[in-house]
Design a protein around this ligand. Structure first.
Ligand code: FES
Length: 69
């Protein structure tokens, strides 16, 4: 599904970049997401946060795994 209509960036592209470790700023610069009208910014950032390994959920998961060792 296209998330950023202005730059024609899909949710899959944002997910792939986030999982590859790119910051949201990197995705903006590389693909132009949320750089024009900005209407997609919230949704695009939500997708990035859900898929980014550095998200709060990932940190909580890592901490609980470390504590279990
Ligand atoms: S829809 Fe993404 S900048 Fe316009």
């Amino acid at each position: 599904m296209i998330i950023c209509i202005c730059a024609r960036v899909s949710d899959k592209t944002i997910e792939r970049c986030a999982r590859a470790g790119q910051s949201f700023d990197d995705i903006q610069l590389e693909h132009g997401v949320a750089m024009q009208c900005g209407q997609c910014a919230g949704c695009a950032r939500d997708i990035w946060e859900r898929c980014n390994g550095a998200s709060a959920v990932a940190h909580i998961r890592e901490a609980s795994e470390t504590a279990a060792v």
